[in-house]
Design a protein around this ligand. Structure first.
Ligand SMILES: *Cc1c(COP(=O)(O)O)cnc(C)c1O
Length: 366
């Protein structure tokens, strides 16, 4: 049992240094124990109104931010299904941007993928070049590629997409929103921006937040077969009453209420803590290993480390588990070739330093 853990909850599982789900502090877990309320009762609209207002404040947007009872993929599905008319261009530089492409295809959209080597960022010039080739009506991009530790230059990409007035921008910000500030009012238009509760918002899994532009709501009226659960127009209709179309995960919304209050009360510390941990881990990785991400595009949410020493990541995690913590092996084909350390959630700099020393110990013994 870790001596540094301040919780009164018995800790029988290792501390999470994985990029989601992340550690959630006990005070936030406790918020979920508030008495249940009816989702059509006035108490719910009070909660809903606060969540809607505070999520708009977090993203600095006047656009509605819908709260979906689903994991992040549900938000991606909404964007693909309701946001694309016919043809979408999907930039793929990792496993999650590939997922976005697959979500578009499986929702019956005519999707074209542009592959960028994993570990590299999607550059604005490439976006301009590829968009000029065809009559696309949407572009999908993952802001922070969780599989490679690359943060794509969202503002620059959005600027290029804005050069094409009929092209809507769909952004998976699942591991960026909450780890870095995303101020939509000072960015070129983003039509769909999605995040998930278990990543940088540091909540248990089960919620997706989805900001949707006015013009995207207008377009959705002309999109057929929007389905039911992820119909953005149904979400909008309920949102106006500070409700949700179907029964939401109310307990998690209580936790979101406290989390949003906490972030907004001191955004500089919240975002600063992520950057500080990221810089520390990058500095360590540059000394002990190598960074996997292209220089200049390193993620603030997690660090993906090139296993340049060829250690066994599975064995490393076995060793770390003996010390009540674990990190992430590489994703898919990057398994054993890379490993990832998350900077999201309730892990402190001190705990991060402990993890790094343990990795050093393991390396010196192998
Ligand atoms: C975790 C993640 C997802 C998928 O989210 P789920 O909540 O598992 O549906 C999508 N995109 C990125 C970048 C992620 O990190």
């Amino acid at each position: 049992m870790s001596a540094t853990h301040e919780s009164s909850l018995r800790r029988e599982v290792p501390r999470l240094f994985i990029p989601g789900p992340v550690e959630v502090e006990e005070s936030i877990m406790q918020a979920m124990l508030r008495p249940m309320i009816g989702h059509r009762a006035p108490e719910f609209s009070v909660l809903g109104e606060e969540l809607h207002r505070n999520s708009q404040r977090l993203f600095r947007t006047e656009d509605p931010v819908f709260i979906l009872t689903s994991s992040g993929t549900g938000g991606m599905e909404t964007a693909a299904r309701c946001g694309v008319k016919d043809k979408v261009l999907c930039f793929v530089n990792g496993a999650f941007s590939q997922r976005f492409y697959k979500v578009c295809v499986s929702n019956g959209k005519d999707a074209t993928r542009v592959d960028v080597p994993w570990g590299e960022a999607v550059k604005p010039e490439l976006v301009r070049e590829e968009l000029s080739r065809g009559d696309f009506d949407a572009v999908s991009i993952v802001h922070n590629e969780t599989s490679t530790g690359v943060m794509n230059p969202l503002a620059e990409i959005a600027e290029v997409v804005a050069e094409f007035p009929d092209v809507f921008l769909l952004v998976d910000a699942i591991t960026s929103a909450g780890a870095v500030p995303i101020h939509m009012d000072s960015l070129p238009p983003i039509d769909y921006l999605v995040t998930g509760s278990q990543k940088a918002l540091a909540l248990p899994p089960g919620l997706a937040l989805l900001a949707v532009s006015e013009r995207a709501l207008e377009r959705a009226e002309k999109v057929e077969n929007r389905g039911m659960y992820f119909d953005v127009l149904a979400m909008h209709k309920s949102w106006k009453k500070h409700q949700t179309p179907s029964t939401p995960t109310i307990a998690l919304m209580q936790a979101l209420k406290d989390r949003l209050q906490m972030i907004l009360a001191d955004e500089a510390s919240w975002f600063g803590a992520h950057l500080e941990k990221a810089e520390r881990v990058r500095e360590w990785a540059n000394g002990s290993f190598k960074l996997f991400a292209e220089e200049g595009y390193e993620s603030v949410s997690l660090t993906c480390i090139d296993n340049s020493r060829g250690i066994s990541i599975a064995d490393l995690n076995g060793f770390l588990r003996e010390h009540d913590m674990f990190l992430s092996n590489g994703y898919g084909d990057l398994k054993e070739k890379t490993f990832r350390i998350g900077h999201m959630g309730a892990v402190s700099m001190e705990q991060t330093n402990t993890l790094l020393s343990l990795v050093d110990d393991f390396v010196s013994r192998s």
